[in-house]
Design a protein around this ligand. Structure first.
Ligand code: FMN
Length: 321
């Protein structure tokens, strides 16, 4: 049975400000993953990186930082930095499908180099002090690559293997390879967490019934579309309109304080609304101004109209369309 709910890392969305405000208003996730941090061989933490991985002002949040690297010395250096900051686990990104990342053999690009991956794990696990978990896809090109990859994963004490049940060209759309996930769950020697397309309580319960051996689920877009989803999964109430409005208003204020620019804050809010709009009915007319606004004033008007005029749904719908 599912023992843990993880909030997936969503680069550009679930960054420090979002995590803090979301946790204060809703919470319900057992762990929140920090979008990837990509160490360079210079071994310098840039102010921008530090802003994201610092635990200042977020010590009560159950954060798991994620590192993207294919070089063991860089990964081990990052693990030390993160340990010094007080983290208790570190996650390796083997899932990112972006071309600029995979061209460097990182993210899901690392899955196309199984021998190198094996050597990387060998080096990492022989000296790392923190538990290391892994977030992976089923393969670089096809799911047929997965048995070979699992053979490698099974040789190392991975704290948890989170599987996004797609391959790289599929990005985050289209049918999931649940049959391959089922085999992975059966054959993995390490605990397995499932990731992909979960967006409602009913959906998570159905998943749990079909895959009782999965230890955890990780949810990303569904948790932004319905900020109360994790709380509902823990038996709590859905989001009320007032609660959502107070959440978005505080988020907007905190983005302004963080960036020092109202325009950037409004842009960030557009990205949140890209998902959040799916918690409302008949959005066609009012989603347009939200997608297209040019000034902070237009953004504020678009949001006010949504809260004033649209009916709130029980569950988000169409998030993954
Ligand atoms: C905008 C965006 C940013 C993402 N950033 C990351 C990231 O930094 N690290 C990572 O491992 N996955 C990242 N992902 C993948 C998500 O963590 C997750 O695997 C994906 O959204 C599928 O889960 P979902 O269907 O529950 O959303 C990102 C996905 C999206 C859409």
């Amino acid at each position: 049975m599912i023992q843990r709910l993880d909030f997936a890392p969503l680069d550009g969305i679930t960054r420090s400000v979002f995590r803090r405000v979301w946790f204060r208003h809703f919470g319900g996730a057992d762990r929140i993953f920090v979008p990837f941090f990509s160490p360079t061989h210079h071994h310098i933490v840039t102010p921008r990186d530090l802003r994201e991985i610092t635990r200042e002002g977020a010590k009560d949040l159950p954060l798991v930082p994620q590192v993207m690297s294919r070089l063991a010395p860089d990964f081990l250096w990052a693990a030390e930095v993160l340990e010094d900051l007080g983290y208790r686990e570190i996650n390796l990104n083997l899932g990112c499908p972006s071309g600029t990342v995979t061209a460097k053999g990182k993210g899901s690009g690392f899955l196309s180099r199984p021998e190198e991956l094996d050597a990387f794990f060998d080096q990492v696990f022989s000296s790392v002090r923190l538990p290391v978990s892994v977030k992976t896809r089923l393969g670089y090109q096809t799911p047929e690559e997965f048995p070979r990859l699992l053979e490698i994963f099974n040789r190392y004490p991975i704290a948890c293997l989170t599987i996004h049940a797609r391959v790289r060209p599929e990005k985050y759309k289209g049918p999931l390879h649940l049959d391959v996930f089922e085999a992975a769950l059966r054959e993995s020697k390490n605990p397995v967490c499932y990731n992909g397309d979960l967006q409602t309580v009913v959906g998570v319960r159905a998943f749990e019934t079909r895959f009782p051996a999965a230890e955890a689920v990780m949810i990303g877009r569904g948790g932004v579309a319905d900020p109360a989803l994790f709380r509902k999964l823990q038996g709590g109430p859905p989001a009320s309109r007032e609660e959502l409005q107070s959440f978005t208003q505080e988020l907007y204020r905190e983005y302004q304080a963080f960036y020092g620019q109202v325009g950037t804050a409004a842009q960030r809010m557009r990205e949140v609304w890209f998902y959040l709009i799916h918690l409302f009915e008949d959005t066609e007319r009012l989603n347009r101004p939200m997608r297209r606004f040019r000034t902070p004033g237009e953004y504020e008007a678009a949001e006010a109209a949504i809260f004033r005029e649209l009916v709130l749904r029980e569950d988000a719908q169409g998030v993954l369309a």
